[in-house]
Ligand binder design. Structure first.
Ligand SMILES: Nc1nc2c(ncn2[C@@H]2O[C@H](COP(=O)(O)OP(=O)(O)O)[C@@H](O)[C@H]2O)c(=O)[nH]1
Ligand SMILES: [Mg+2]
Length: 286
């Protein structure tokens, strides 16, 4: 690494995207000497983290996660905020970019000055990807990105990991299909904070409402993760920018609720403590 830790930190703090990217490459590296520098960097930027809203977005491939994140990210920017996007992309990890119509590149959002997009590392198993995602997220937080949006996949452990390291876990659902078909296990429903039924844009409002009804019935049997929070089921279209402001406002309400009893601060603290004392890697992969 031709940059010193100080140079990287300065770059991160001044919002220099090139140096932010370099710092992320450093934490993604498996080389022993890089790990040493990465740990040093992470410890030093730690006081600068913990001020962002971290949103995990899940749903089956094709549900519209990337489309949602791109347009939601642009909405966040119109609210005067900066947004970072981290993608845990199944196409790069599993079948090398072959999902039809995949919108992972997020070209419109990428043009925005106040957006930073980091695709997932092209190699490594999913757990490993989620692993560096945590450290990448810390760098983005230190760089002053107000919102960190993480796209996850409906595959195994990665969702649990992302749900663990985010403040809000958003589930994108498509109309009908049945839970089985959408790969939804009860476990997932217990992790979500907010559900968005996507693609409500082709004369399918009634079907969407039926899906919402079914979901709400199912949710009645799931104990709330957060006291005082009934999981909202919103309808909209990521592609046509419908209902995204509702999601933004709902996330705001949720964060507010979590903040009050100090839950958010506590979770950030225990997170940081874990990194300091044990090392993040060891927590998930002892
Ligand atoms: N009609 C419609 N299509 C959508 C919507 N959101 C996403 N899509 C399309 O669904 C396909 C998959 O979207 P993508 O964002 O890549 O899904 P991901 O795999 O969950 O990230 C793309 O062809 C999108 O254009 C929506 O709200 N309405
Ligand atoms: Mg995608």
């Amino acid at each position: 690494m031709k940059f010193s830790t100080e140079e990287l930190i300065e770059g991160i703090q001044s919002g220099n995207k090139r140096l932010i990217a370099k710092a992320i490459t450093l934490v993604e590296s498996k080389k022993a000497e890089h790990r040493v520098q990465a740990e040093e960097l992470l410890k030093k930027i730690m006081p600068l983290t913990g001020n962002s809203v971290r949103v995990g977005v899940t749903g089956v491939p094709g549900a519209g996660k990337s489309t949602f994140i791109e347009n939601f990210g642009r909405l966040v920017i119109t609210q005067g905020k900066k947004v970072a996007v981290l993608a845990i992309d199944p196409s790069s990890a599993i079948n090398k970019g072959s999902i039809l119509g995949d919108k992972t590149r997020m070209e419109e959002l990428a043009k925005e000055e106040n957006a930073f997009i980091r695709p997932s590392p092209s190699s490594g198993f999913l757990g490993g990807v989620a692993n560096t995602t945590f450290e990448t997220m810390m760098i983005c937080e230190a760089a002053g990105y107000d919102y960190i949006l993480i796209e996850t996949v409906g595959v195994g452990q990665s969702e649990v990991l992302v749900a663990d390291i985010t403040d809000v876990f958003l589930f994108l659902k498509i109309i009908g299909g049945g839970d089985e078909l959408q790969g939804i296990k009860r476990g997932i429903m217990e992790m979500v904070d907010l559900i968005f039924i996507n693609k409500v844009d082709q004369d399918n409002l009634q079907k969407a409402k039926n899906t919402r009804l079914e979901l709400k019935r199912a949710l009645d049997f799931i104990p709330p993760k957060e006291k005082g929070w009934k999981i909202p089921v919103l309808l909209g279209s990521a592609l046509f920018n419908e209902g995204l402001k509702d999601v933004y406002d709902t996330i705001f309400e949720f964060i507010d609720l979590k903040k009050n009893p100090g839950v958010l601060k506590k979770s950030v603290f225990s997170r940081l403590k874990s990194v300091l004392n044990i090392g993040f890697r060891n927590i998930f992969y002892p």
